[in-house]
Design a protein around this ligand. Sequence first.
Ligand code: IDP
Ligand code: MG
Length: 139
Amino acid sequence: MAVERTLAIIKPDAVSRGLTGEILKRLEAAGLTIVALKRLRLTREQARAFYAVHRERPFFDSLTEYMSSGPIVACVAAGDNAIQRWRDLMGATDPAEAAAGTIRRDLGLDKEKNAVHGSDSPETAATEIPFFFSALEVE
Ligand code: IDP
Ligand code: MG
């Protein structure tokens, strides 16, 4: 299987609660490799651009306000089947519905403030990674 790359984000609710290390530890413990990493704060406009696919959804304004409310940690994780493996580690969107032992179940606050983001397909990863990282910044 080819090595894949996925964009992982530690969202503001998790960064502000000091969960960055715990989440990166889970990512690495699962055998994924961190090939790029940065901490930053999105502007409202940048958050709206990143989540543009959701612009018609009722939660778009709240989501983009929240995602620009404080610092995030963006990471490129690499490994065999990295996209699906990171989605499995994250768990379902709503922490209340996420499987036991997943990041969202253990650490998420609610369906919006659910601790982490992950690309959902190779096509999405191919646009989400360059949103945050230049080619020079990804190993
Ligand atoms: P995903 O992050 O599991 O891929 P998406 O459906 O792509 O879920 O939604 C993107 C993000 O929007 C979610 O991670 C969550 O933060 C937020 N979100 C999704 N659905 C809802 C909702 O029904 N209410 C509030 N926020 C939501
Ligand atoms: Mg999604």
